[in-house]
Write a protein that binds this ligand. Structure first.
Ligand code: CA
Length: 520
């Protein structure tokens, strides 16, 4: 394609081409952090947790992907996969604990910039090193905080005032307004919300009028039918959720004036629950309600942000030539299996929301069930922009899919691998293969390796491993073949360097553990 473009330019210079090449589309990549598909109304969760009319506009106007899987379900690694189009074992960012992104490696924003795109990155970056490949960047420091966050703008620290989602939206829109209107652009608008500790904007504190949320059927899961990893994790509402999570403590960075409004909402409710001295299941139930209130309130701010960006594109006449994407860095547990957080190959974690609107290409209201992945994003953006895809990227462009075609040789099996252990959430390292129906999983790296097999058709909640069931022998063999093939194709090393599991395995003390928890 590059040579084709240069040929066109040469021919054009010689006056031999009358028509200009097709306009390169703008790309608006709206990316949130830990946004469960269960908390997007377009995905139709049975609990009907909230309405997200603006995020839904993207799916209704384009394609809603129902099986978009991430390769490694945590924050930094997911970002590195998206930028590079490569799995963690090749892009050098396997975990949040001790990884630093090598910004010298090729990324899709760099390749877009090379062919004339203006590029901007605003919001949560979380990759340890400064962004590269962007004309403009303004990122949260590390994980970032919800209220009055310090940020780094093109290398300079800036203290921002206000609520993080609004700041990221304002900064994104300001950049769009000031851009060179003669060139195409890539905007990566990357929210902190709805990441832990789920601190809502003041305007959303009572948005649900103390509604009682339906509980997921597995809120009190006992993990029977599964192995030690599921029993041994540290991510339950019951045991892991802390005082800041449940808003017995106010969020970092909040100003005295903001705290006053905050306390007016939380204090009377907290006083009531403290007086009730809840225990056991009652306490879990209360925490779940508080969690849903807070988490969903932060999603409301993201939905408003999406609305503002879409409105801007409409007002400026940009919508027709702009690809708009909504995605999260992974899925998230909203009480299923008693959990919050992510990390697992299991559905709520591995599956991320993903919607794409591209007028003239996507058909409004399409729902796609193919196995697609965040490792496909880079190649998709490159092909859409007419940029050749580097041969060592490991995904596959979704442009044909967005155009309504289904490539006959589309993947039917997907490789997943998680590394970070034991902190912060004590989820054992595992890898596996995911198909339409099955998941074959191997837990590794702890000296207690073992396998599990799930049949999602018979067991959609993934409650019982059938690995030892002889009636699955043939299925198991087929999945093992898929797994071996994928590991070879994707160049997965047989031996994982211990540092890929993070710092936690090296016998870190309490202080170190606390620092890692912050980095999560
Ligand atoms: Ca995340």
């Amino acid at each position: 394609m590059k040579s084709l473009l240069s040929t066109l330019v040469l021919l054009g210079a010689a006056g031999l081409v009358a028509a200009a090449p097709a306009r390169q589309p703008n790309i608006v990549f709206i990316f949130s952090d830990d946004h469960a598909y269960q908390a997007i109304s377009a995905y139709g969760d049975a609990r009907k947790l909230l309405e997200t009319p603006n995020i839904d506009r993207i799916g209704k106007g384009g394609v809603r992907f129902d099986r978009c899987l991430v390769t490694n379900s945590i924050c930094g690694p997911a970002r590195a996969v998206i930028l590079t189009g490569k799995y963690s074992h090749l892009n050098g960012f396997p975990n949040n604990s001790n990884s630093t992104f090598d910004g010298a490696q090729p990324t899709f924003p760099k390749l877009l910039k090379k062919v004339g795109y203006q590029t901007a990155m605003v919001g949560k970056w979380h990759l340890g090193s400064d962004p590269t490949g962007f004309d403009f960047w303004q990122i949260l420091q590390g994980q970032g905080i919800y209220y009055n966050p310090p940020m780094i703008k093109n290398g300079e620290r800036v203290q921002m005032t206000g609520y993080v989602t609004d700041i990221i939206t304002d900064t994104s829109l300001e950049w769009l307004q000031k851009r060179d209107k003669s060139r195409p652009f890539l905007l990566m608008c990357q929210h902190k919300a709805p990441h832990r500790e789920w601190a809502p904007a003041l305007r959303h504190l009572n948005a649900d009028n103390d509604r009682v949320y339906a509980e997921p059927p597995t809120l009190f899961d006992d993990y029977a039918g599964r192995g030690i990893a599921e029993h041994d994790q540290d991510m339950t509402i019951e045991k892991t959720m802390n005082d800041r999570d449940v808003k017995f403590l106010p969020p970092a960075g909040i100003s005295p004036a903001e705290l006053k409004v905050w306390n007016e909402y939380y204090e009377p409710r907290n006083a009531k629950v403290r007086a009730a001295n809840l225990q056991g299941k009652d306490l879990v139930r209360w925490r779940y309600q508080r969690y849903m209130h807070d988490y969903l309130a932060t999603v409301r701010s993201v939905d408003e942000s999406v609305g503002r960006v879409l409105d801007y594109l409409d007002q400026e006449g940009l919508a027709d030539n702009t690809i708009v994407i909504y995605a999260s860095d992974q899925g998230f547990y909203l009480g299923e299996h008693g959990w919050f957080d992510k990390r697992w190959i299991f559905e709520e974690s591995v599956r991320t929301p993903f919607m794409v609107r591209w007028p003239g290409h996507t058909k409004a209201g399409t729902v796609n069930n193919d196995l697609v992945s965040n490792v496909d994003f880079a190649e998709t953006f490159l092909e859409a922009a007419g940029v050749p895809v580097p041969a060592d990227m490991q995904g596959r462009s979704l442009v044909a899919t967005l155009n309504g075609q289904r490539p006959a040789d589309w993947r039917t099996a997907f490789y997943y691998q998680y590394f970070e252990y034991p902190t912060p959430h004590h989820v054992r390292p595992h890898y596996g293969v995911v198909t339409d129906r099955y998941k074959l999983v191997r837990f590794y790296g702890t000296g207690e390796d073992y396998w599990e097999l799930f049949d999602r058709e018979k067991d959609p909640l993934e409650l019982k491993s059938v690995y030892a069931d002889p009636s699955y022998a043939a299925t198991k063999s087929a999945l093992e073949r898929d797994l071996a093939r994928l590991r070879t194709e994707l160049k997965v090393p047989d031996e994982i360097p211990p540092r890929w599991l993070g710092n936690g395995g090296a016998g870190g003390g309490g202080k170190k553990k606390a620092k890692q928890a912050q980095k999560e």
